[in-house]
Design a protein around this ligand. Structure first.
Ligand code: SF4
Ligand code: SF4
Length: 442
């Protein structure tokens, strides 16, 4: 038999296994874990994107603790041992698993070389931790209790949720655009909710709010509490459908990722099948600037740098459910469009900032898919404040390096974490949300 025929025979004789992108079963990602080549491509920024010796890392967890267990290579080995029942749960194991911001940097880094689903594997490991009764961390359980009791992350009274609204903001009873403020803009960062609402008003876009807004459940999903997160996803999606909105608008990067990616993932549907469009303020303002409904007339005289928050960058490619078969040489059928972070909102914030007179946008070395996570999101800061601080300080070094006097992001988690780290450093740096910068220009 010729070599070609031998290969073809091997190809067709190799048994096929059923596989799905379903984080409820870690076995779905066994191939991905087994085929990690320990290249550390999730830890380092590819040298083709690195302008020098500094700022070459992209894994906050690995920078915080240099033991291999804390980066993607180590975590894949740990996943195999967990799947085989060879590694008992322990406090150290939980720390390794949860002291990770689920930022997606290793996922997109890995996919530059190999089509391995590292991000989903990390999520599946946390789902298993919870199913096995080991996870999540105590701080996460407290957040879960807060959400159950008062429908917000912080345990603040549910009745105070609408207090961010000031009298000068016009809200419609019913509108095509529904603004989902989220827990942060509702309780800890009212300035973001107010700025977003005023931008909508200034553009002449009527918007409504949910009658009874609940937390998006982002932390629940991120820490592996998939049953609780799925119940919230169902409830929230139905609430938006009942409001008959065409667009669900967020100002929080984490809410955005949750609605656009993780809700469809949990509900077993595509992002396109949600029944409404999910948009971030970045998309709205970019279109409004381009279309002329918003005019940045006032100067904002700042040397400013933009931080690509994970939820509006590499984590927000739309979701499509996939199940199929894996056979010879790991080939899968049907074809799968891998999520590589290429649909992130990279152009929009830069278009917006460049359109504002007086504002000088300076880029940091790590940007777009390679941006270094602020360290706060997805339950990290609550359980590992030291890791969140280390990550923020690493990013602030970069801000200082490029000489920016202000740092802007499109996520309240980033704003708060950077502000606290800058204050602790005694830095004069202004840390702003992009909604505040846009409003200042109108
Ligand atoms: S980038 Fe992928 S293959 Fe390389 S060490 Fe990380 S998980 Fe393994
Ligand atoms: S998700 Fe982010 S923090 Fe976690 S291992 Fe990957 S790069 Fe590191």
């Amino acid at each position: 038999m010729s070599r070609i025929n031998e290969l073809n025979k091997e190809r067709y004789d190799t048994p096929k296994e059923k596989v799905a992108l379903d984080v409820k079963n870690l076995k779905n990602f066994r191939y991905d874990m087994d085929h990690c080549i320990k290249c550390k491509g999730g830890y380092w920024v590819d040298h083709t994107y690195s302008p020098g010796m500094k700022f070459t890392t992209r894994c906050p967890s690995g920078v915080w603790n240099d033991f291999e267990a804390y980066n993607c290579a180590g975590k894949m080995r740990i996943g195999i041992a967990l799947d085989e029942g060879q590694l008992p749960w322990s406090d150290k194991l939980l720390e390794v698993l949860y002291a990770c911001t689920l930022c997606g940097a290793c996922d997109v880094g890995c996919k530059r070389n190999l089509d391995l689903e590292i991000g989903l594997t990390l999520e599946a490991m946390r789902v298993k931790a919870v199913k096995d009764g080991a996870g999540p961390m105590p701080a996460h359980k407290k957040i879960a209790q807060n959400i159950e009791k008062s429908h917000n992350q912080f345990g603040s009274p549910h009745g105070n949720r609408g207090k961010w609204l000031t009298k000068d903001i016009k809200v419609a009873e019913k509108a095509d655009v529904l603004y989902f403020a989220g827990c942060s803009a509702s309780y800890t960062n009212p300035e973001i909710g107010q700025a977003t609402a005023k931008i909508l008003n200034a553009s002449g876009t009527p918007f409504s709010l949910l009658q009874d807004e609940w937390c998006c459940g982002n932390t629940l999903y991120s820490v592996g509490m998939i049953d609780e997160a799925t119940a919230i996803a169902r409830r929230n999606v139905e609430a938006v459908k009942a409001a008959d909105a065409k667009t669900l608008l967020t100002s929080c990067a984490e809410c955005y990722r949750m609605w656009k990616v993780d809700y469809p993932k949990m509900l077993g549907i595509s992002t396109d099948d949600l029944g409404f469009k999910v948009a971030h303020l970045l998309e709205f303002a970019d279109e409004a600037f381009a279309g002329g409904s918003l005019k940045p007339a006032k100067s904002v005289n700042l040397n400013l740098t933009y931080h690509d928050a994970c939820g509006v960058s590499r984590l927000c490619d739309p979701w499509t459910p996939w199940s199929g078969e894996r056979g010879w040489m790991g080939c899968i059928e049907p074809r799968l469009h891998r999520r590589r972070g290429t649909s992130g909102l990279y152009a929009q914030p830069r278009n917006i900032l460049k359109a504002i007179p007086g504002l000088n946008l300076i880029e940091m070395p790590r940007l777009r898919e390679n941006a270094f996570c602020c360290g706060a999101g997805r339950g990290t800061k609550e359980a590992f404040p030291d890791l969140a601080g280390s990550s923020a300080r690493e990013r602030l070094d970069e801000v200082r390096e490029v000489g920016a006097e202000a740092l802007v992001a499109a996520c309240p988690f980033c704003k708060n974490n950077f502000s606290q780290a800058a204050k602790a450093n005694g830095e004069k740096l202004q840390v702003l949300d992009i909604s505040e910068v846009i409003l200042a220009s109108l």
